[in-house]
Design a binder for this molecule. Structure first.
Ligand SMILES: [Fe+2]
Length: 294
């Protein structure tokens, strides 16, 4: 028996928006019984070399919601992403909805507040968000009672969000042939990630799983949807009964070889502020580059 209020009979309509600059998939999730919807993991475009941001990806999501006359109730961040910037405030400003993330965002804010040498005006209490989810917290998207599962390991604040028979796994899992995400960012932990993945794999076999990223391993086309059963059977890092010890060894060795994501510095500074752009003392929008800080 799952400790969570699983309801496989609610089958939301899930529309995916792939961002090919960062291999991120954002979602609009529509309640089957009403026009209520949620957005999961939106993307703000950045030309990092030029220091220029834009909103083509978010505008496509906003257009879709407007065209279908949906009522945006929640904007969900599965975690503080290190590889793309969130467009949550931009979408919220235009369409409303409550912005939510895992309660451990406070830990992430503490860690990166130090790394980026932020002053006291940078609040480390998660107050930039409307809702801080704890494990098992529920919320409504129209008729659907949705819930969050605390899944740390990739980062300390990761949550998987379940809406009916669809779960949005963030970076807890990749597609079965992609395996899992790295666990070596500050606050990450391979063993903890393994334990979190087991929570996801204990959901019903037929539950649809939606990835936050896909990189098309071995040249295959980009895909983002699988099921709990397929992950349990076929995931190359954790499937078919791989042990915790095997996973930790593999993950740790692999992570030691990975470069930092191209957009980690702007992503963290923006996403730890719930997608708000940082400003310098004069009020100008400004990013920092801490040297040898990560
Ligand atoms: Fe991530």
């Amino acid at each position: 028996m799952s400790p969570y209020p699983v309801n496989m009979s609610a089958k939301p309509d899930v529309r995916a928006f792939f961002d090919d600059a960062t291999n991120t998939i954002s979602y609009v999730v529509k309640d089957p019984e009403s026009n209520a919807c949620a957005v999961v993991d939106s993307v703000m475009d950045i030309d990092y070399a030029a220091g220029r941001i834009s909103f083509d990806h978010a505008d496509a999501i906003i257009k879709d919601i407007r065209e279908r006359e949906l009522d945006l109730q929640w904007i969900i961040e599965t975690h503080v992403h290190a590889d793309h910037l969130s467009a949550a405030p931009y979408i919220q400003q235009q369409l409303g909805g409550k912005l939510g993330i895992g309660a451990n965002i406070r830990v992430v804010q503490e860690t990166f507040g130090k790394i980026f040498n932020e002053g006291t005006e940078f609040q480390r209490d998660g107050s930039q968000f409307d809702k801080l989810f704890e494990d098992g917290d529920t919320y409504q998207v129209g008729s659907m009672t949705c819930f969050a599962i605390f899944t740390p390991g990739h980062t300390p604040a990761c949550m998987v969000h379940v809406m009916g028979d669809a779960a949005f796994v963030g970076d807890t899992l990749f597609m079965p042939d992609g395996g899992s995400a790295r666990a070596d960012f500050p606050g990450g932990d391979a063993g903890v990630l393994y334990d979190s993945i087991q929570k996801v794999l204990s959901l019903p076999d037929e539950m649809r799983l939606f990835m936050c990223h896909d990189y098309g391993p071995n040249g295959r086309d980009i895909r983002w949807e699988t099921t709990v059963g397929d992950e349990r059977r076929f995931n190359i890092h954790v499937g078919a009964g791989k042990t915790r010890e095997e996973f930790i060894k593999f993950r740790t060795e692999r992570d030691a070889q990975l470069d930092m994501p191209r957009l980690i510095l702007p992503s963290l500074q923006v996403n730890m502020r719930a997608g708000q752009l940082p400003k310098d003392q004069s009020g100008r929008l400004m990013l920092k580059v801490p040297l040898n800080g990560l």
